[in-house]
Design a protein around this ligand. Structure first.
Ligand code: MG
Length: 479
């Protein structure tokens, strides 16, 4: 009799460990919202130490949820970083890293391969409605748009907001001077970027002064729709800002102490506050997980138009920490256990994490670079991720193993210093030296040996398909 009782208890406990969302048979699987900023740096939120940008809504989410201090993206520029988030795989595995072109451009011919399984396709297996708003940047030709890669709906500017520049003769400017010198003279019509609804262009040039507010309006409509129909949903909201050119609505212009860049970040924060309020009003906050992070580090070469990586070294384009470590918050009242998390996490892990929470098995026909973070999020246990591979172009530049990071190759984010091979590698202890200032390779030959073994193991299973970024259409007419 006692044994039966014990067995029953163990079964119950096992079910609890498997999935806290399954505790109550009446509770539907959680909704998921990913909010992705563009080129926001590690040091750009007040909760991550910015002294003059004020982000009270994100800061509150960091208090109520988990603030991750060692959370990474899969690459230090837009296209491959987004591919990593969508597929849970290193973007070198799906052809979206290149030695010739770092991202897709309006004249690019290709996009994310149909053979890839996106996180939206994965969640559809569990009956989720799937929506994307904002910057896709994984191919803008019809075959590659979000609605052909697992999303029921799409509304957004499909690539970077600085593309399709209509040359302003009056500014007589180099590309970099647009952001360094003329950034406050630029107008939204100077960038002839399209705004799409599903597959149709509905506005061109997209009005970027109002785009943050309008993306948020769309997000709130989606939340309201699923409160009514009760279907679990996945929403991927990828803001085009604060990537240059910077635009802000009239109502928030000049409000921050940090100039136009601060105005934009604060406008995004205010609009995230609107999404959280909508979830609370609709009583969906207790069954929704929201993740906030950024696609890559700050674009330091744009001077005052760019953000800051705080104490981290370098920025966008680089495999130093400032290029790839992002200010990350997981929020989900009643589920995400509050705290500050120093464990290693990656945007690639969101694929396995949401799959586990939704009860969808992971695909077994491919290599994933994704670890289920739900034990950390839901119970504050130790996660499985202990290493991280930093690729640039089609080469392995660095590896983090626990607290240690070895750089095999370094190169300035945007050409400030040339490609340099390091043998022995540069070695930093990121816990003791997060700014990567003191090379300790000579002190720790045993760590370098461990790292070498990890690289050998990793390379056994690495194959790189054809470079999909390189092909461009010479007939493309920009305007
Ligand atoms: Mg970016």
């Amino acid at each position: 009799m006692i044994n039966k009782k014990l067995l029953f208890f163990l079964m119950l406990f096992g079910a609890f460990l498997t999935n806290t969302f399954a505790q109550n048979a009446n509770q539907s699987p959680p909704n998921f919202i990913i909010i992705f900023a563009d080129d926001l740096g590690y040091g750009d939120l007040s909760s991550f130490g910015h002294p003059s940008i004020h982000t009270p809504h994100l800061d509150q989410m960091a208090i109520e949820g988990q603030q991750w201090t060692n959370f990474y993206v899969g690459a230090s520029v837009c296209t491959p970083s987004r591919a990593a988030l969508m597929t849970g795989r290193l973007p070198v595995r799906n052809g979206l890293m290149s030695n010739k072109s770092r991202v897709f451009f309006p004249d690019s011919k290709n996009g994310i391969p149909t053979s890839e399984i996106t996180i939206a396709e994965q969640l559809k297996k569990a009956g989720y409605a799937t929506h994307m708003i904002g910057k896709w940047h994984l191919g803008h030709r019809e075959a590659y748009l979000p609605t052909n890669h697992g999303f029921d709906s799409y509304y957004g500017i499909p690539y970077s907001n600085d593309m399709d520049y209509v040359v302003r003769e009056d500014l007589k400017s180099t590309y970099w001077d647009l952001w360094k010198v003329h950034y406050d003279k630029l107008k939204t019509e100077d960038f002839n970027v399209p705004l799409l609804r599903d597959k149709e262009v509905i506005e061109r040039p997209a009005n970027q002064y109002t785009i943050v507010n309008r993306y948020t309006d769309e997000a709130i409509k989606i939340i309201e729709q699923h409160q009514t129909d009760g279907q679990p949903f996945f929403l991927y909201l990828a803001h085009n800002l604060p990537h240059v050119p910077l635009f802000v609505s009239e109502q928030n212009k000049g409000k921050s102490k940090n100039g136009l860049y601060g105005d934009v970040v604060e406008e995004i924060d205010l609009n995230i506050g609107r999404i959280i309020s909508a979830l609370k009003e609709k009583q969906m906050d207790n069954n929704t997980i929201v993740v906030f992070t950024s696609d890559n580090g700050p674009w330091l070469q744009t001077d005052l138009s760019g953000g800051t990586a705080g104490m981290l070294r370098d920025g966008k384009g680089s495999t130093f920490e400032g290029g790839v470590r992002e200010p990350t918050i997981f929020w989900g009242p009643g589920h995400v256990q509050p705290g500050r998390i120093n464990q290693i996490g990656s945007t690639m892990d969101i694929f396995a994490t949401f799959s586990a929470m939704a009860g969808v098995a992971l695909p077994e026909d491919r290599i994933l670079d994704s670890y289920d973070l739900s034990p950390v999020l839901l119970k504050r246990l130790e996660g499985e991720r202990d290493k991280l591979f930093y690729y640039r172009e089609r080469e392995l530049y660095a590896l983090r193993l626990g607290a240690f990071k070895a750089h095999f190759i370094t190169k300035g984010g945007y050409g400030e210093f040339p490609r340099t091979v390091h043998n022995p590698p540069l070695l930093y202890n990121l816990d003791e030296d997060p700014a990567e200032r003191f090379n300790i390779a000579e002190l720790h030959p045993e760590i370098l040996q461990e790292i070498e073994a990890a690289v050998d193991e990793h390379q056994k299973n690495m194959s790189m398909p054809k470079d999909l970024l390189v092909e461009r259409d010479p007939k493309y007419i920009r305007n």
